[in-house]
Ligand binder design. Structure first.
Ligand SMILES: [Zn+2]
Length: 221
């Protein structure tokens, strides 16, 4: 995809410079007479850096959660609204909407976190065991982490870790991360042979990986 240059400022400078503004727009400063094609080429070469910066800008721009009615929360790739209810045990129940006990609202963030961790603790081992059994992967331990940026990992000691945030993603994306880490039990690299293993189990894994790249930053509380 072509990167959009939002502002092109020409001046008496000799070199090109790129600035990703706090709102994610791209400003390019260029010498007076530099050709458009040369500018374009430079921007494309720096594409990864620009996209990384833009993703970070977007992340920073996400509004802080208030845990008030009308806010939406992700679960298995769908968004569900929050509703406050009177006295309820447990404090948070998911039934097409997230019902949160009014009295628990001051601790809403930790209540939600506990809820997600609980879901992850059931669902992720289920998916891991499903693929491990079917495709004969042997792992040592499975743990649910609170990692922010890492969806999963696989250690040399054959311990698999997955962040609880993953249950906000659609099931097929969760499965991709599960298969990704299981395949590391066979190869601890990202070589062509490794990706062949992944593709052998999930032929359309690239779509899932892209989903995660595009939407991963929204999988936060
Ligand atoms: Zn990997």
């Amino acid at each position: 995809m072509k990167l959009k240059i939002d502002h092109l400022i020409r001046s008496k400078r000799r070199t090109l410079s790129l600035i990703v503004e706090t709102d994610g727009t791209l400003t390019v400063r260029a010498p007076q007479r530099m050709k458009e094609t040369a500018i374009r080429k430079f921007v494309e070469q720096q594409g990864d850096w620009i996209k990384r910066k833009q993703a970070r800008a977007q992340e920073d721009a996400l509004p802080e959660r208030q845990f008030v009615p009308g806010e939406y929360f992700m679960y298995l790739g769908e968004e569900f609204p929050l509703r406050l209810v009177q006295r309820q045990k447990p404090a948070l129940v998911m039934d097409k909407v997230f019902k949160l006990s009014e009295s628990a609202q001051p601790q809403a963030k930790s209540v939600f976190e506990a809820w997600y961790k609980n879901q992850a603790g059931t669902l992720i081992p289920e998916r891991v065991n499903l693929y491990a059994r079917r495709d004969k992967f042997k792992f040592n331990k499975l743990r649910i982490s609170s990692a922010r940026k890492r969806w999963g990992s696989c250690s040399a000691k054959r311990t698999l870790s997955f962040t609880w945030r993953l249950v906000m993603a659609p099931l097929d994306v969760i499965d991709y991360v599960v298969v990704h880490e299981l395949c590391h039990l066979i190869r601890l690299d990202h070589s062509e042979k490794y990706w062949d293993l992944v593709a052998g189990i999930l032929p359309d894994y690239k779509l899932k990986r892209k989903w995660l790249k595009d939407n991963g930053r929204f999988l936060i509380l």
